[in-house]
Design a protein. Structure first.
Length: 310
């Protein structure tokens, strides 16, 4: 039986995704009619991006699952018209890109590279950073991305503490959970990495109280979600010198408005939501595997828990 699969992402993504999706469907032995314009009542699966054309799922009465191309699902998980199973994207390209971004910016701040980049001719002042094993790093969020980033940093020699809502066991990472665990994780975080999902429980988790727990001179990296940070509180902590620098890849409003204080603050680095991008070739494998599972009656990979929001 031919499966009708709707590609519901932005039109410019179609050219990139169409060939790799068709290749992976064939590799899985799936007979798929992939298109951007199937009538809603004929669609078996939807490949979805939150900024794409589909926002109301009511008419997709035959649809067996919606597969998000993004790691984050906060823009769709509350959609009341969506009654089908929803999966989020976890794929090796996205995961590897995130781990590399986190590791690169951790090393930048650990080695104090900005000092040398700003050096003027004749300035021979020397600075010797600590070794990796002397610089504690904390990661808030131990999903696939947090685990990958933490293990890459631990492999270099950083002592890595990870915090999650529920207790986890990840090789090479000291894992903490719960309210007491969060306090403990923050108190040692000379470099703090934010990789939590955007939920009501995590909004503004970085606020005046939690910022005060960080060691003086700590650095914050946020490639997770903009809503994790109370922006005014972070700017105040930067102005006071309690936080030495913040490298931010995600924001409450994107693109970040030109008049936002982050653009102009000397202790803030803005990157334009580039830490982790879904790679079509590897994402197509995940999509094809989930459709195969759906047709075989097997559990979907990376199924979203609607109650938890991720």
């Amino acid at each position: 039986m031919t499966l009708n699969v709707l590609f519901a992402a932005r039109p410019e993504r179609w050219e990139t995704y169409e060939p790799v999706l068709k290749s992976e469907f064939a590799a899985q032995g799936l007979d798929v009619a992939l298109a951007t314009d199937h009538p809603p009542e004929t669609v078996d699966y939807i490949i979805y991006a939150p900024n794409g054309p589909v926002q109301d799922f009511t008419a997709y009465t035959r649809c067996k699952a919606v597969m998000n191309l993004w790691a984050g699902v906060e823009q769709i998980v509350g959609n009341e018209s969506l009654t089908q199973p929803l999966t989020r994207m976890v794929e090796e390209g996205l995961t590897g890109g995130m781990a590399e971004w986190v590791t690169g910016h951790t090393m930048r701040h650990h080695l104090e590279m900005d000092v040398d980049l700003a050096r003027k001719p004749g300035d021979w002042s020397q600075h010797t950073p600590p070794l990796a094993h002397e610089r504690p790093v904390t990661i808030l969020g131990l999903g696939q991305l947090g685990q990958a980033a933490g293990q890459m940093l631990a492999g270099i020699g950083f002592p890595v503490t990870g915090w999650s809502r529920t207790q986890k066991d990840v090789e090479g990472i000291t894992c903490l959970s719960g309210d007491d665990g969060l306090l403990e994780a923050l108190k040692t975080a000379e470099i703090l990495v934010l990789l939590l999902p955007d939920t009501p429980a995590t909004e503004n988790i970085i606020n005046p109280e939690t910022l005060a727990l960080l060691p003086k001179g700590a650095v914050i990296l946020n490639p997770g979600r903009g809503a994790l940070i109370d922006d005014d509180a972070l700017l105040a902590a930067l102005d006071l010198g309690h936080i030495a620098h913040a490298t931010l890849d995600v924001f409450r409003t994107e693109p970040l408005p030109e008049d936002h204080p982050y653009w102009h603050h000397p202790k803030v680095t803005v990157t334009p939501h580039i830490a982790a991008e879904t790679r079509p070739a590897t994402a197509a494998r995940v999509v094809a595997e989930n459709i195969r599972r759906g047709e075989a009656g097997e559990p979907f990979l990376y199924l979203v828990d609607r109650d938890q929001g991720y």
